[in-house]
Design a protein around this ligand. Structure first.
Ligand code: SF4
Length: 399
């Protein structure tokens, strides 16, 4: 492509960069600030509310985990950020500010220029995310050239470099292989290479290890941590697995039925879990010294959510006040640690829902760190990358 024949998306991206530099001066704004995000879908059964007015932020270089059961709205929330939700039937409201720009107010061309170099996604199932008609090398080259005005040879060299960086052995030779010639773990590495092709500021990883066996999961998480440090990216990580959260999170946002139930640092959530839902999730995790239990009941119908607290139908502590009005507003317990529960308001006794002697704020940092390590070791993603035969090269990614 000649210098005079530039891709409109490259032009739009250059404009965005220039504007970003201009607006970034003096601003303490987080990398991503989501405010009042609400995503609904029109269905035959009525309006389905998948995400209902949530707020959260991600700062540069930070890892924030959105955690909750399947169906909590985590994936829809992350796909709403870059407007990957089809509209119609989807409808997104609120504000999503990324480097000072409201992504929900951008036109289609501008939002395309953010996807890739601004915010890149890694999805749960690389099998579906890769195009099986094209070689993996071609797919990475395309991802580079969509956003960068570089020659094919330069893009190819960069693609080989990326394959090497994500741990694909003999990357020059594997460049021309098709996705079906890679194992599940190798495909996820390729997807990460595609995501890194635009050198993103924020990586959104949606259950990227769920489809993989536990030893491969451990190596992919390790790779993501290394890449985050190397590329200086913020990471927004979606998972239902608190073992993974313990391993990688700086901060945690606990979601249930489209609402935020609790948020805080990873130590707040593991040492001082304050919402009954968070506590119930933790009780599902092996290694907490209790018998492992599930959470009784199921998520409410998103086309007809209950009044009051969304968790009330499953909460053993629910009282009349829980079943009236809206979801209780968040109460800030300590800086950055918020909880949405009536027992933290109106003179009620929070120890009712917080339990006795477990996580009421008395633990010191080392105790919290021990619990976090236990969760990491004993969670469903329990593989230890240092176990002989499981670390290192990608050759054992289930090939
Ligand atoms: S508000 Fe009520 S129902 Fe909701 S978590 Fe608190 S005690 Fe349980």
């Amino acid at each position: 492509m000649s210098g005079t024949d530039r891709d409109p998306e490259v032009e739009a991206e250059a404009d965005l960069d220039a504007e970003t530099e201009a607006t970034a001066e003096g601003g303490d704004e987080p990398l991503l600030a989501v405010e009042g995000l609400r995503t609904t879908f029109e269905t035959d059964a009525g309006t389905l509310v998948a995400v209902d007015g949530i707020d959260f932020t991600v700062s540069e270089g930070e890892t924030v985990c959105l955690v909750g059961e399947s169906g909590s709205g985590k994936t829809v929330a992350t796909e709403s950020i870059t407007r990957l939700v089809d509209s119609p039937p989807g409808h997104i409201e609120g504000r999503v500010r990324f480097r000072g720009h409201d992504l929900l107010a951008m036109d289609a061309e501008a939002i395309r220029s953010v996807r890739g170099p601004g915010i890149a996604h890694v999805f749960q199932n690389p099998q579906d995310a890769l195009n099986h008609c094209y070689t993996v090398g071609w797919q990475i080259v395309e991802a580079i050239r969509v956003h960068e005005d570089v020659s094919e040879a330069a893009a190819r060299a960069r693609a080989v470099e990326l394959l090497d960086r994500v741990g694909i052995a003999n990357p020059s030779a594997r460049f021309d292989d098709y996705p079906h010639e890679f194992s599940g773990g190798q495909k996820q590495r390729v997807m990460i290479a595609v995501a890194l092709a635009g050198d993103p500021d924020l990586l959104v990883a949606d259950e990227p290890t769920t489809a993989l066996d536990v030893t491969v999961q451990a190596r992919i998480l390790e790779l993501l941590s290394e890449l985050q440090a190397e590329f200086g990216m913020g990471v927004l990580f979606v998972t239902h697995d608190l073992g993974v959260v313990a391993e990688i999170a700086d901060r945690v946002v606990v979601m249930y039925a489209g609402k935020v139930m609790e948020r805080g640092s990873v130590l707040d959530v593991f040492e001082r879990p304050s919402h009954p839902y968070t506590r119930a999730l933790l009780s599902c995790l092996p290694g907490r010294g209790n018998e492992v239990t599930g959470i009784e009941g199921s998520l409410p119908d998103p086309t007809a959510p209950p009044e009051g607290c969304r968790f009330a139908p499953r909460c053993e502590h629910a009282i009349g006040a829980c079943r009236r009005g809206e979801q209780p507003p968040e109460t800030e317990l300590t800086e950055g640690h918020g909880v949405s529960c009536v027992f933290y308001r109106d003179g009620r006794d929070p120890s009712v829902v917080r339990g006795n002697g477990n996580g009421n704020g008395s633990g010191d940092g080392s105790d919290a760190e021990t619990k976090r390590r236990d969760a990491s070791r004993n969670g469903s993603r329990s593989a230890d990358a240092s176990t002989p035969g499981t670390g290192g090269a990608e050759g054992s990614d289930g090939g």
